[in-house]
Design a protein around this ligand. Structure first.
Ligand code: HEC
Length: 484
C-alpha cells in the first residue's frame, strides 16, 4: 500500500462533511459528486439512497462498508472492496446479525475504473462510514482499480476472499448453482434450434448458439435485438455508449453509432425501419435508420429510461422510465414523446414485454417485482414479488406463461398469464438476467450472469434441461428469432 498523502486526505475527508470548515479544491468536490452520481444511478436501487439497504435482500452500506475496509486478514479490506466492485459477490453473508444470500452484480465491464474508484470513495466517506475508518482514509485511484482488473474471478471467488478476510474458513457457497442431475441433459442441438445470440458483456462478444461462434467488436455488449427478418442484430455497448449493428450472416460489425454516455435497451421496429436505443443518463431514446445505419434523432423521454417494446401495430413504443415510476409513450410516426403512463406499485420499471394481442404490458422492476398493466384502462392489474434485483421479462409465445429473471437471486419465475399466479420458481444458477423463449414457446432461455451459462427450461416440465456455457463473462441478454 502506498503511504497516504496527508494534505490530500484531510481536505478530501473535509469535503465530505456537512459543515465544511476547511476550503476544499474544486477537484475534490467534483470527485465526491461524481461518486454520489454513480451511487444514485447504479447502487441506490438495491442499497438504498441513504445506504440503509433492505434487510434480508440488500446489505447496508451505512456504517458497514468501513468495517469491511478496516479488515486486515486475507487480501485486506481495501483490496477486497475493489474486488467486490470488479467481480461481484455471491454467497451467504451476515451483516449486523441479518442474513443475506444474494448476488451482487460485477461492475467490471459496466463502469470505468474511474467510476468504480469514485463510488467506493463516496460510500466510504458517506453514510457514517467516514467516522468508522480506522486510521486515515486513502482514496482509491483508477490505477488501484486497474491493478486488480483482468483476472478470471467470479462472485463466488470473491466470496471466498470475504471468508478469509473475516477469519472464517473458506467454505463452499451454499448457493452453489448446479444441482447434480440424474437425468441426462438435452443435447445442444435439440435445446437450441434457432440461432440464439447472447450479449456477453464483460467479454465484449456476441456468442451464437448452437454454432458456438464468438463475434468480437462489440465492447460492453449489453442488450441486443434482432430485425424482424433476422438479418441484422443490434447490440448496445453499455460502457461505450455505442450501438453496433451486425450482419447475422457473417457476424461483421456494419456500423457503430454513438448514442450517449451509456447505451442500454435496444429494439428494432416491427417494420424493420428504425432501431431504437436507450441512453439512460441523457434521458433519450436514439433513433437509428436501419437502412442507412445513421442516427436520425434523439427523443427526450424522461428520467433514466431503460428498455422498450412496440405496440402490436408498431405505431407506438413504450419506454420504461426507471427514474420516474412511469412509461413514456413514443409516437413512431412523428418520432416524438406523446405522453406518460404511471406504473403504480412499480417505482423502478426496468424491462418490459407485451402480450400478443397488444392489450397487456408486462413490467419488471429493478428490485424484484413484476407488474401487469392493462392498456385499455391504463391500470395495474396486479404486482408480484419475484426474485431479487433486476432482470428481463418475456411473454412466452403461446401466451400460457410469462417468465422473468432475477440478477440478485438464482431463479427464473414463471407466471401463469391467465390466472396471474406464480406457477414456479425454477433454479437456473446464480444471477439470471436475460430471458427469452424460443419462437415456438417450447423452451425458455435465461442468461445466467454469475455462472456464465445459458439455462434452458422446458415449458412442458418447467425443469432445466440444459446448461450451456457461453465461454465468456457476464452473459447479460439474449435475442432469438421470432420473439422480439
Ligand atoms: C441488483 C442489486 C444490487 C446493486 C445494483 C448493487 N448491489 Fe451491492 N450488493 C448486492 C447484494 C445482494 C449484496 C450481497 C451479496 C451476497 O449476499 O453475497 C451486495 C454486496 C455489496 C458489497 C459487499 C458488502 C460486504 O459485506 O462484503 C458492497 C461493498 C456493495 N455491494 C457495494 C455496491 C456498490 C458500490 C454498488 C453500485 C456500483 C452496488 N453495490 C450495487 C446487491 C446490489
Amino acid at each position: 500500500m502506498r503511504p497516504p498523502i496527508p494534505h490530500a486526505i484531510t481536505s478530501f475527508v473535509a469535503a465530505t462533511l456537512l459543515s465544511v470548515s476547511v476550503p476544499v479544491s474544486a477537484a475534490e468536490n467534483t470527485r465526491f459528486e461524481r461518486g454520489s452520481e454513480v451511487y444514485n444511478q447504479q447502487c441506490a436501487a438495491c442499497h438504498q439512497a441513504q445506504g440503509q439497504g433492505i434487510p434480508g435482500s440488500f446489505p447496508p452500506q451505512k456504517n458497514h462498508t468501513a468495517q469491511m475496509y478496516n479488515a486486515t486478514d486475507g487480501i485486506g479490506g481495501r483490496r477486497y472492496l475493489g474486488h467486490v466492485l470488479q467481480y461481484g459477490l455471491t454467497g451467504p453473508i451476515k451483516v449486523d446479525g441479518t442474513s443475506y444470500n444474494g448476488n451482487m452484480p460485477a461492475w467490471g465491464g459496466a463502469l470505468t475504473s474511474q467510476q468504480m474508484a469514485d463510488v467506493l470513495n463516496y460510500v466510504l466517506t458517506a453514510f457514517g462510514n467516514e467516522k468508522r475508518i480506522a486510521g486515515e482514509f486513502q482514496p482509491y485511484t483508477p490505477e488501484d482499480i486497474e491493478a486488480i482488473a483482468g483476472k478470471d474471478l467470479s462472485g463466488k471467488d470473491v466470496y471466498q476472499l470475504r471468508q478469509t478476510l473475516l477469519g472464517q474458513s473458506p467454505e463452499q457457497s451454499r448457493t452453489k448453482a448446479t444441482p447434480v442431475r440424474s437425468a441426462p441433459e438435452l443435447s445442444l442441438e435439440k435445446s437450441i434450434r434457432d440461432p440464439l445470440y447472447v450479449a456477453v458483456q464483460n467479454s465484449g462478444i456476441v456468442k451464437v448458439l448452437p454454432s458456438k461462434q464468438a463475434w468480437p467488436g462489440v465492447a460492453g455488449a449489453h442488450y441486443n435485438a434482432l430485425s424482424p427478418d433476422g438479418s441484422r442484430l443490434m447490440v448496445s455497448g453499455f460502457k461505450t455508449g455505442n450501438v453496433y449493428v451486425l450482419n447475422t450472416a457473417s457476424g461483421e460489425v456494419m456500423a457503430s453509432v454513438p448514442v450517449g454516455e451509456v447505451a442500454q435497451g435496444v429494439k428494432i421496429s416491427p417494420d424493420g425501419r428504425y432501431g431504437l436505443a436507450v441512453a439512460p443518463t441523457q434521458g433519450d431514446v436514439a433513433v437509428i435508420d436501419m437502412n442507412t445505419l445513421e442516427l436520425v434523432r434523439k427523443i427526450p423521454v424522461g428520467k433514466v429510461p431503460h428498455n422498450l417494446v412496440y405496440s402490436a401495430d408498431g405505431t407506438l413504443a413504450y419506454v420504461t422510465l426507471q427514474g420516474e415510476g412511469a412509461l413514456a409513450v413514443v409516437d413512431m410516426r412523428a418520432l416524438e414523446k406523446q405522453r406518460q403512463i404511471p406504473t403504480p406499485g412499480l417505482k423502478t420499471p426496468h424491462n418490459i414485454d407485451i402480450s400478443a394481442n397488444g392489450q397487456r404490458l408486462w413490467l419488471r422492476d429493478f428490485t424484484g417485482n413484476v407488474g401487469v398493466l392493462d392498456l385499455a384502462s391504463e391500470t395495474m392489474l396486479k404486482t408480484f414479488e419475484v426474485g431479487s434485483g433486476h432482470g428481463g421479462i418475456d411473454v412466452v409465445p403461446g401466451e400460457q406463461y410469462v417468465a422473468t429473471g432475477a440478477i440478485s437471486a438464482s431463479v427464473v419465475t414463471i407466471i401463469d398469464s391467465e390466472s396471474l399466479k406464480i406457477v414456479k420458481n425454477v433454479d437456473v444458477g446464480v444471477g439470471p438476467h436475460g430471458v427469452r423463449a424460443s419462437r415456438d414457446g417450447q423452451f425458455i432461455y435465461a442468461s445466467v450472469t454469475a455462472d456464465n451459462h445459458i439455462a434452458v427450461i422446458d415449458t412442458q416440465s418447467l425443469e432445466v434441461v440444459r446448461r450451456e456455457p457461453v465461454g465468456g463473462q457476464f452473459p447479460f441478454w439474449l435475442a432469438v428469432p421470432g420473439n422480439p
